[in-house]
Ligand binder design. Sequence first.
Ligand SMILES: Cc1ncc(COP(=O)(O)O)c(C=O)c1O
Length: 378
Amino acid sequence: MRGRLGRECLYVPSCRLGLYVALRHWCPPGGRVLMSPVNDDVILFVVLAAGLRPVMAPLDPLDASIDVAAVPESVWSGLSAVLTTNLYGNPDPAPELAARCRASGIPLLEDAAHAIGSTVGGRPVGTYGDAAVFSLSKHTGAGTGGFLAVRDAGLRTELAGARDALLHPVRAGAELAHAVRPYAEAAVRGLRLVRAARAGLRLLGKEERAGIRMPLRPGELRTALAGAPGLDPFHSWVRVDLHDYRLTPGRARLRRTRRLLGRLGATLAAHRTGTEKLLASRWAAPGAPVRPLFRVPLLVADRDAAVAALARARVTTGYLYDPPLDDYAGEPFVDPSPAPGPARWFARHALPADPLRADLVLEVLRASGTRPAPPRGG
Ligand SMILES: Cc1ncc(COP(=O)(O)O)c(C=O)c1O
């Protein structure tokens, strides 16, 4: 990854832990961070855990990238940092954001979890900010790991120390679970038991997300905020979907991750091919450039009906981020966007389609009569 990005890279057990390390390093507690409201809720809790106030950015309704021109001057003057999202691999306008951050004397931090193969302004996403964090759970499919890429290679030792201080010791049980998980999931899929497995988890009270967003638990969150900055008070929110997020990796886990990362070129090529097919369909935003996207945000009139039609064909739709984080968390916990309409529209209509299953997704959408999203305001 150092070769791909031309930047010093540091392994982290998850992107979320890398983001926490970066936010703690670059932002003073009590600071304010401009970020996208169409994002994984886990990231909201990472920002809160770092002792920072999330400030919701206005977005472009077609790809949920930050609309730089719509950020009011009054918002810029109070910021400590900007955190990009690069949703599904569509880049935020990093050249403009980097220039604006430089002018304001604040760091740009790039969440490149979805954007390992994307470029913007002729450079890879993750090479504009003071730091960028990637997830190896996404394109590479490792289900673990990530890395922090930094502009100043001289910070490596200090950041590695900050990371190590947050790690929990390697656990044999967790390593075994990680090793067998792909086989267990394949068996459940093979036996067509996905729905039954989910119902079982619900019965056991082990399902962390009954809906798209995890329960916010505002009373407990207020108590946790009194303990910020710190990961421990926020552990129950930050660990959702990845309980091993701060676990020291064992050797087998690293070996498997290295093997999957070694295939990155072929993986990205497959994502690009599928993206091209999906973008050629009637549900794609017009004129969207072809990239090796992690997911392709098709824009459909009735998102929930499309998700249900795909589920009947055993295609699970993940990475939905509806409602936007300002509607989810509210003013006690975030500064709302000055222009929430475009984010709401995108969150309601975006259907994140897996490019590796492009043919089946398109067949299901055609057969189910899925209609494209109406024009905004329609
Ligand atoms: C936009 C975004 N950033 C960061 C993360 C966290 O990545 P990880 O699961 O590696 O911690 C996710 C996880 O889905 C994500 O969607």
